[in-house]
Design a protein around this ligand. Structure first.
Ligand code: NAI
Ligand code: AKG
Length: 451
């Protein structure tokens, strides 16, 4: 059995039931296969085995009181996966589906993503099975305070710096940071995605979506193509989807879909800047459903369908796809239908939105396929820039941060291409991203000895 297969078999045995983590581990580790023969030192130091086990997993209870006075108890998680190249860094997810397998997959992916940015950040992820949907602001605040009441002792500007993810946006970061400040009494860079008034960076809200479009633009450039005039499907309607659509519009593309957990809207005339402003108000302030867009702008709404279902069932034609919602939203049948309907470039705003079978189809059909750890790294990259600005106690302009973001996305794209070529899989961004992200972390781990 190869070293990699041996590690995967052990994970399967020890972590059975953590399906999303096992999926991510399989994707990453199998694509590291070509590194094994070139790095006997990694094998000897058991780097492949050690990198797949978190440094520590913190599980805690989060008791809080709802508006009716009833006590509620949620599960809290922070998985500090690997800090070989910098403080632990990665978002917090509040969603009822959250469990240890999901947080582990996200934390594992974060190691390689953060390494790709070239900034000094280790990998971590956290969250809770708390569902902010339908809760009052007061309930969300009390939950965030209860969550921070435990989390504060595990984080710090040089230890671990969480941020947002699904269900954790500007409102939640404000409540979390406000409570940290209250109990620790230190204005420290312990969270990113902060408001501009209290240490946040310009462009952080936009960064993941913008970065995913910049990455697509780089991929298209390898075929002498550009974003302008392309039709694009975007899933989700949260932070990543919103700013993906904004950048697509700015670059002259036509985004035509958005979705949420109730269904998908298709606006074949194109989502414009004015319509997007409506979505931002709907989702970020009124906290309504995307079906309201369909009623307001008189376009079709497909209940309980994703954009990928609609492409499959209605033969909707698109050139580009930006899955920006959640893991495993694109399955093999979707991938087949997307290719059949003209999609030739997929840039993942979400983490692991494509199943392994579907990834194989994209690769077989020569689709420009940018895996999340490369394509959506712009968010954590600008989080890294927020930490730098906090450390220097100054703020950079919008233009400066956006320039740096564009430079980082270009660089990630180049590193993926170079690593894919060096390890015999030219043009395969999955292999390229995994190997390029892995090598830096592995070399740091090797330098430290057995710790
Ligand atoms: N916010 C960030 O900076 C980054 C986010 N990501 C990833 O991007 C994706 C979206 O995150 P955000 O936009 O930040 O979250 P968000 O909470 O702002 O929006 C999430 C969107 O996905 C939809 N969604 C979530 N779970 C769903 C499900 N099970 N079924 C159908 N729809 C579902 C929600 O309705 C919402 O429209 C996630 O995979 C996240 O891990 C990746 C990198 C950075
Ligand atoms: O900005 C960050 O620290 C983390 C963003 C994130 O959670 C992700 O890249 O998936």
């Amino acid at each position: 059995m190869s070293v990699i297969q041996d590690v995967l078999a052990k994970l399967q045995e020890k972590d059975s039931g953590q399906v999303e983590f096992l999926q991510a581990a399989r994707e990453v580790l199998t694509s590291l296969e070509p590194t094994v023969s070139k790095h006997p030192d990694f094998v000897k130091a058991k780097i492949y085995e050690r990198i797949a086990v978190p440094d520590r997993a913190i599980l805690f209870k989060v008791p809080w009181v709802d508006d009716s006075g009833e006590v509620q108890v949620n599960r809290g998680f922070r998985i500090q996966f690997n800090n070989a190249i910098g403080p632990y860094k990665g978002g917090l997810r509040f969603h009822p589906s959250v469990n240890i397998g999901i947080i582990k997959f996200l934390g594992f992916e974060q190691i390689f993503k953060n390494s790709l940015t070239t900034l000094p950040m280790g990998g971590a992820k956290g969250g809770s099975d708390f569902d902010p949907k339908g809760k009052s602001d007061g309930e969300v605040m009390r939950f965030c305070q209860a969550f921070m009441r435990e989390l504060y002792r595990h984080i710090g500007p040089d230890t671990d710096v969480p941020a947002g993810d699904i269900g954790v946006g500007a409102r939640e970061i404000g409540y979390l940071y406000g409570y940290y400040l209250k109990i620790v009494n230190q204005n420290a860079s312990v969270l990113t995605g902060k408001g501009l008034e209290y240490g946040g960076s310009l462009i952080r809200p936009e960064a993941t979506g913008y970065g995913s479009v910049y990455f697509a633009s780089e991929m298209l450039g390898t075929r002498k193509q550009e974003i302008a005039a392309k039709t694009a499907a975007v899933s989700g309607s949260g932070n990543v989807a919103q700013y993906t659509v904004e950048k697509l519009i700015q670059l002259g593309a036509k985004p035509i879909t958005l979705s949420d957990s109730n269904g998908t809207i298709v606006d074949e005339s194109g989502i414009t800047a004015e319509k997007l402003a409506y979505v931002l108000d709907l989702k970020n302030y009124r906290r309504g459903r995307i079906s309201e867009y369909a009623a307001k702008f008189n376009v079709p709404f497909f209940a309980n369908k994703s954009p990928w279902d609609v492409i499959k069932e209605q033969n909707l034609k698109v050139d580009l796809a930006f899955p920006s919602s959640h893991e495993n939203e694109i399955e093999a049948a979707h991938a087949e239908a997307m290719v059949k309907n003209g999609c030739f470039c997929v840039s993942e705003g979400a983490n692991m939105p494509t199943t392994l079978d579907a990834v194989d189809i994209f690769l077989e059909k020569n689709v420009l396929y940018g895996p999340g750890k490369a394509a959506n790294a712009g968010g954590v990259a600008v989080s890294g820039l927020e930490m730098s600005q906090n450390a220097m106690r100054l703020t950079w302009s919008r233009e400066e941060v956006d320039q740096r973001l564009q430079g980082i996305m270009k660089n990630i794209h180049q590193s993926c291409l170079e690593a894919s070529e060096a390890y015999g899989a030219k043009g395969n961004y999955v292999v390229g991203a995994n190997i390029a992200g892995f090598l830096k972390v592995a070399k740091a781990m090797l330098a430290y000895g057995i710790v």
